[in-house]
Design a protein around this ligand. Structure first.
Ligand SMILES: NC(=O)c1ccc[n+]([C@@H]2O[C@H](COP(=O)([O-])OP(=O)(O)OC[C@H]3O[C@@H](n4cnc5c(N)ncnc54)[C@H](O)[C@@H]3O)[C@@H](O)[C@H]2O)c1
Ligand SMILES: O=P(O)(O)OC[C@@H](O)[C@@H](O)[C@H](O)[C@H](O)CO
Length: 381
């Protein structure tokens, strides 16, 4: 069995690549980072250091790595005969990897079993987005035939993989916890063999629970922590103001998840308590800069703050902690982060109303709109 994985970064090496390797796949990493590709190809294996309770060292062997920027034909040939394609490149990058997948599908033997395509990104229905991008890279008359050569399935991935110490080379430090949930319906009776993953009938509740608990809580901790001058995520919750803010935000998103998806309130309470212990893992060298990265993406319409706050507002439920956290996100000032720089420019160049429309995608008549305008205006003053 062969899997091609786009994005040999933190989650690519420390989670998706590891689980595919454990499942018996020959893993082919594709990445645009030439140094990383060379380092992977120069070593017969890399180590995944799982830190925290029950931690240990895992070794990934038998992989190859291809520079997708310079060796496109080689990559297309690999995808043509692969069983699985996964991505962990960031939702905004999916449009760049889609044309290569489209070209490989065009050349793929129609007698082969369909290629299983799964985007492993922190976004709702990321694989649907990838599929749309693949389709738009194909001649419309060919799409019906080509689409039969692939199965696209949405997934939710959860494992905290911090930025890595450059001295570690290609080895990766990760937390011990992991969860990979995959929607089963697109595969029918022919699911890919990935023992470390869980297949579910309906992914919606799982991806929303993950994004609106793990990622909303994480980003809240990052933005409050950054504003308080704290660098390490594991130190952030020791600040009682930050801990209160994170708990309050998670109570609000939990209310939504319980009402919307029928998740048991006690199960959800235990889930969020477990997550707080994961954030506080002192062995993970994670930073507020990584967790808060790309604030404009995180403040967009279908993301971890605006989506739950908008739905709570539509239902007449409390969302003040989420709105406050959005206000904290506006203080994220990291010169190396392009979206932080862009956000700061927007805050000074456009009115609060225009900022909210452009960044959150909400229309002025939405019940959350004025609350967001107020928080942006307070920040701009
Ligand atoms: N790190 C985590 O804790 C974590 C956990 C769950 C999900 N995720 C999600 O996984 C995705 C990747 O996150 P990460 O933390 O691994 O980021 P990362 O920056 O460590 O890795 C991304 C990799 O993608 C590569 N890349 C960029 N453009 C590319 C292209 N056109 N083709 C091929 N490769 C390309 C980069 O060179 C980099 O190696 C994001 O969507 C993130 O939200 C991350
Ligand atoms: O990857 P992002 O930028 O969407 O979010 C940053 C972190 O919250 C995220 O990477 C978590 O570590 C991860 O989602 C845990 O499963």
């Amino acid at each position: 069995m062969k899997a091609v994985h786009f994005g040999a970064g933190n989650i690519g090496r420390g989670f998706v690549g590891l689980l595919l390797h454990d499942a018996g796949y020959e893993v082919v990493f594709a990445d645009v980072n030439a140094e990383l590709i060379d380092a992977l190809n120069a070593a017969p294996s890399y180590e995944v250091h799982e830190v925290g309770d029950g931690g240990g060292v895992r070794t990934v062997t038998g992989y190859r790595a291809i520079n997708s920027a310079t060796s496109e034909n080689e990559l297309i040939a690999e995808i043509q005969t692969a069983d699985v394609v996964t991505t962990a490149v960031g939702p905004n990058i999916l449009r760049f990897v889609a044309p290569v997948i489209a070209r490989a599908l065009a050349l793929r033997d129609s007698g082969l079993a369909p290629l299983a395509v799964m985007a492993c990104e922190n976004a709702i229905n990321a694989t649907d987005l990838l599929k749309t991008e693949v389709q738009s890279a194909v001649d419309p008359e060919q799409w019906e035939a080509l689409s039969a050569r692939a199965v696209f399935a949405n997934t939710a991935v959860d494992r905290i993989v911090p930025g890595q110490d450059p001295a570690a080379g290609i080895d990766v430090t990760v937390e011990t916890f992991y969860e990979w949930v995959i929607e089963s319906a697109p595969f029918g009776d022919a699911r890919p063999e990935i023992p470390g993953a869980t297949f579910v009938d309906a992914l919606g509740p799982y991806i929303e629970r993950k994004l609106f608990t793990v990622n909303t809580g994480h980003a809240t901790a990052a933005y409050y922590g950054f504003a308080a001058g704290i660098d390490k995520i594991s130190d952030v919750l020791a600040n009682s103001d930050v801990a209160d803010a994170v708990r309050h935000v998670l109570e609000e998103t939990s209310n939504l998840l319980v009402v919307k998806h029928g998740i048991d309130a006690e199960v959800q309470r235990a889930y969020r308590e477990k997550i707080l212990t994961r954030f506080a893992n002192p062995h993970l060298p994670d930073t507020v800069q990584r967790v808060g990265r790309q604030p404009l993406r995180k403040l967009s319409r279908n993301e971890r703050f605006v989506s739950p706050a908008a739905e709570l507002a539509e239902r007449g439920l409390g969302r003040s902690a989420l709105v406050d956290a959005i206000g904290k996100a506006l203080q994220f000032d990291v010169p190396d982060d392009e979206q932080s720089v862009e956000m700061r420019a927007l805050l000074s160049d456009v009115s609060p109303q225009e900022f909210v429309e452009r960044v959150s995608g909400l229309a002025p008549e939405h019940p959350l709109f004025d609350e967001l305008v107020a928080v942006v205006a307070a920040r701009s003053n």
